[in-house]
Design a protein around this ligand. Structure first.
Ligand SMILES: [Zn+2]
Length: 451
């Protein structure tokens, strides 16, 4: 990514007030080498529950250790292992129509399991009578909508085949890797299961066109569950104890997630911005805070595994926290801090800004933080911070631009990230966070705003 002189000048200006302060400086080469390693071919996109997950966690543990920051996992180590069961299909779902065969992930997408179905195909549009689909497999001639699909199934259709909305077509390969049901994290209370959806198979537009020509033909759909697979992810936990006095019990938790999407359809998803950037920031904060003379409060660092697949790591962490959650006075999560928002290239957002007094307090100490300009996206609820917030901890996420075009794309590379900007972000937050570690200020939810 080429950077204009204007931007470099803007960064220099943004950093200027910080250079007057006494705290440790960001080690730009440390951040760069972390980013290179996390996004490199060796870790293959850091996919949840794979060998690369463990390799990533071990690398991060080595870095904490090299900085003299001790482990906070049970037994004094750095790695908190998290086991989870992933549902899988018995075999790849298939739609067979005569001699034409469509396979899950190619012509079709079966997101939920369903009973084996063999019946003739009938083509129905939104205006058709649902009863015409009874005992048959309905090819829905129109854009999928859940209400129509549910009505067709209620009227007796064995399955509904429909074209999904555009955003599904764009994320096709990623959706094809999704497990066909909720993941069970061992040692964590299971969330209330959602009722099973209607038996729907998504079809690419060209698949649907082929099917429409074969109305009346006998078809078979196979999408049945097999045995679940047991996998493991790793949270990397470290801490710097508080100096002395009663404040040393109070924990400030700095966190990010180290996983990304791995390799999908032969393509590497390096996840430089999401969330190697946040992970590198947390490591760098650890290095800076350890290199100073210590702080009143205890600071913990948590790099969670498997955020992208449903927050398995943070959910386990909450059920088995290294310090009582009641001692955690604030959690700052760092997510996607490597690409500036073109609306305002200096701005950082704090999700849920209006919910607590934490953002304004950090802003008053020089953090260039502000409200989330994209409230309709619900970012406050979309990251690991939300799991903690629901337990009462003032937990919020700091991001730069949460909607870059590289989001969840193979183009989320180190080259498409603005490293000088990101280093500036880390530097600009270091002093406000250090202030929080040494102050008596206890962040609180604003009245009625606790989630
Ligand atoms: Zn992500």
């Amino acid at each position: 990514m080429s950077r204009s002189l204007a931007l470099l000048a803007a960064i220099a200006t943004a950093l200027a007030p910080m250079s007057a302060q006494a705290g440790p400086k960001v080690c730009a080469s440390c951040v760069t080498s972390t980013m290179k390693h996390l996004t490199g071919a060796k870790l293959a996109g850091r996919a949840c529950g794979t060998d690369d997950d463990l390799e990533t966690a071990r690398y991060l543990a080595r870095r904490f250790k090299a900085y003299g920051v001790k482990g906070a996992a049970p037994g004094g180590g750095y790695l908190q292992s998290v086991q989870f069961r992933v549902p899988t299909y018995a075999s790849l779902p298939v739609l067979q129509v005569g001699e034409v065969r469509f396979v899950h992930g190619e012509g079709i997408l079966a997101l939920t399991p369903m009973p084996d179905a063999t019946a003739s195909l009938v083509v129905l549009s939104k205006d058709g009578a649902p009863a015409e689909g009874a005992g048959r497999i309905v090819v829905f001639d129109g854009l999928y909508d859940p209400a129509t699909a549910a009505a067709l199934v209620k009227a007796g259709a064995l399955a509904v085949i429909a074209t999904p909305p555009d955003r599904f077509l764009k994320a096709w390969d990623q959706l094809a890797t999704r497990p066909p049901g909720p993941v069970e994290v061992l040692g964590v209370e299971a969330p209330t299961p959602r009722p099973a959806g209607p038996p729907v198979v998504f079809a690419r537009p060209e698949t649907l066109a082929t099917l429409k020509l074969r109305a009346g033909t006998s078809a078979n759909i196979t999408a049945t569950l097999g045995a679940p697979i047991l996998r493991t992810t790793y949270n990397v936990l470290a801490e710097i104890p508080g100096r002395s006095g009663p404040a040393r019990r109070e924990v400030v938790l700095l966190s990010a997630h180290h996983d990304h999407l791995g390799v999908i359809g032969g393509q590497l998803y390096p996840g430089a911005n999401d969330d190697a950037s946040g992970t590198a920031a947390v490591l760098e904060f650890a290095r800076m805070m350890k290199s100073g003379r210590g702080h009143k409060r205890r600071v913990q660092f948590a790099l969670f595994g498997c955020e992208e697949q449903g927050g398995h790591g943070s959910r386990y962490y909450l059920a088995h926290p290294p310090a009582p959650l009641g001692d955690v006075i604030a959690n700052l999560q760092f997510e996607m801090i490597g690409v500036p928002d073109p609306r305002d290239r200096q701005a950082l957002m704090l999700t849920g800004w209006e919910r607590s007094n934490l953002g304004p307090a950090l802003k008053a100490r020089g953090a260039s933080l502000g409200p989330d300009p994209y409230p309709q996206e619900n970012f406050f609820m979309r990251s690991d911070n939300y799991q903690l917030a629901r337990k009462g901890v003032v937990a919020q996420t700091i991001s730069a631009w949460p909607l870059p075009p590289s989001y969840h794309q193979p183009s989320d590379t180190l080259e498409n990230l603005d490293l000088p900007f990101m280093i500036g972000v880390i530097q600009s937050l270091a002093d406000p966070i250090r202030w929080l570690l040494d102050s008596d200020f206890k962040p609180d939810w604003n009245p009625g705003m606790k989630p």
